[in-house]
Design a protein around this ligand. Sequence first.
Ligand SMILES: Cc1cc2nc3c(=O)[nH]c(=O)nc-3n(C[C@H](O)[C@H](O)[C@H](O)COP(=O)(O)OP(=O)(O)OC[C@H]3O[C@@H](n4cnc5c(N)ncnc54)[C@H](O)[C@@H]3O)c2cc1C
Length: 552
Amino acid sequence: MKPFLVTVDDDPEVSRAVERDLRRHYGERYRVLRAESGSDALATLEQLKLRNETVALFLVDQRMPQMTGVEFLAHAISLYPTAKRALLTAYADTDAAIHAINDAQVDYYLLKPWHPPEERLYPVIDDLLDDWHASFKAPFQGIRVLGHRWSPHTHQVKEFLAKNQIPYQWLDIEKETEVESLLQSVHAGHDQLPVVVFPDGSFLIQPTTFQMAEKVGFRMKAEQPLYDLIVIGAGPAGLAAAVYGGSEGLKTVLVEREAPGGQAGMSSRIENYLGFPAGLSGQDLARRALTQAQRFGVELLNPQEAVSLQVAGPTRIVKLADGSELSGKTVLITTGVSYRTLNVPGMSQLTGAGVYYGAGMTEAFASKGEDVYIIGGANSAGQAAVYFARYARQVTMLVRSDSLTATMSYYLIERLKETSNIVVETGVEVTEVQGTSRLESLVLQRAKTKDCRTVPAQSLFILIGAQPHTDWLGESVLRDEHGFIFSGPDLVRDGCLPPTWPLERAPYLFETSVPGIFVAGDARHGSIKRVASGVGEGTIAEKMIERYLDQV
Ligand SMILES: Cc1cc2nc3c(=O)[nH]c(=O)nc-3n(C[C@H](O)[C@H](O)[C@H](O)COP(=O)(O)OP(=O)(O)OC[C@H]3O[C@@H](n4cnc5c(N)ncnc54)[C@H](O)[C@@H]3O)c2cc1C
């Protein structure tokens, strides 16, 4: 995008002459914007600022009736502090212009008339533009998120964008001066953050996830009246099933409530997935899988949450959070698991404000140079520690048991030992998180001695085990005491199938207690909680679904 040269003059004839001369000489490299009053120019500048356009130079008449050139520049500087500023003055205003150089940080003044421009205008402007170019940094051309680092709502917006792999620029109100001018342009106050500004200059104040999704063009409504396969949850298991369903010609829809990738999308580096010796990020895996599924014609509804499941004869009906319904011949549940919550004092107020569940990759860069704490002793916690160690000053892993060997892979324990800024503290628990509007400290207790100590902390990431996302199913399918879904041979108890099972045949592998409803991945009773297992189960489940469809 070419930067702007802005000229303001209240005399239309002069204004058009300046515009013409500027266009003639600079038109190839710059866009020229002309205004006939300071207030008109400021209104346009606010729009340019919202679209993240750049202004290289202001060339402004000093003597204008409502707002002098110097007064205009004083406002314009707050929007475009690095743009060069030149005043156009009559000979009689030379004194005012000289004062302006000192008082209003004007770079140059030009005397009217400026003809011939080759001698009296262009050399000066060339010089100013050379200077401007020397320190110019091209602006970010995408979505900008303005907010407080410690605000849970801001975190939610950033998480939505990051998990859905939508690039954005994060502008922290405490660090970035341009936030103030952007807030002015959208007429919002500090208490209305977060604000999201889009490349076309439109914006959302304190947006919900649905507003964000709509704005970035995600689809949330189904296209077909009846699907062969409805997949609930777009983690590795759901994505794999969708790819195979689509490739086998099944009318397939994939419903995801947060972002494709599931837990794998939170993993900074999966090092043990077959075929990727250097590892791959969960987000990469999710992006590739989703592209593949969509190439096979799979519909993705995101963000959209399944809230109940019913059977109506041969049709399975999935109710969604917005009240709409999906009808399908089969349903595959791949809703995975999420982290157990830590219920200690202070937790509910500080979640999202320094305390995060999962590896919180969005926050990794923001924790540059800080001390980060991670609770957990399994592989996911180890991976998070290795990832955060790239940014943080020190990463401390807080592990309740006495050793990591029973819960973490050997290669990862070795990685932790090799990383000099990772400290592993075993036999310790967090008993309280403290802070007023953001996390400030943790109370740690030694498991054996019960001694307590308080440590200052800015970020705490909690990765302490899993709980299946199956509550929404209620009694519709049989689940174990922890909520994991029974399927296939696991439904057989003391040699008998559940009394509610209506068919002669036994349930297929991964088929639940209701014919035509299948489960795969972490949410399944007895599953091995790995990416490759999820992918494998999703693939096999899809094959079983084809078998089921052949018979109905
Ligand atoms: C940080 C981290 C690192 C890991 N590292 C590794 C590793 O290195 N190697 C490895 O093999 N495994 C690893 N794992 C484990 C692996 O990611 C999981 O086993 C795998 O993602 C399980 O896949 P899934 O599809 O069953 O479920 P999930 O990945 O949990 O996906 C389930 C999806 O369903 C969605 N969902 C839930 N409920 C609903 C609903 N009601 N409506 C709509 N959508 C819903 C969720 O939002 C989610 O996207 C890691 C896990 C984590 C968290």
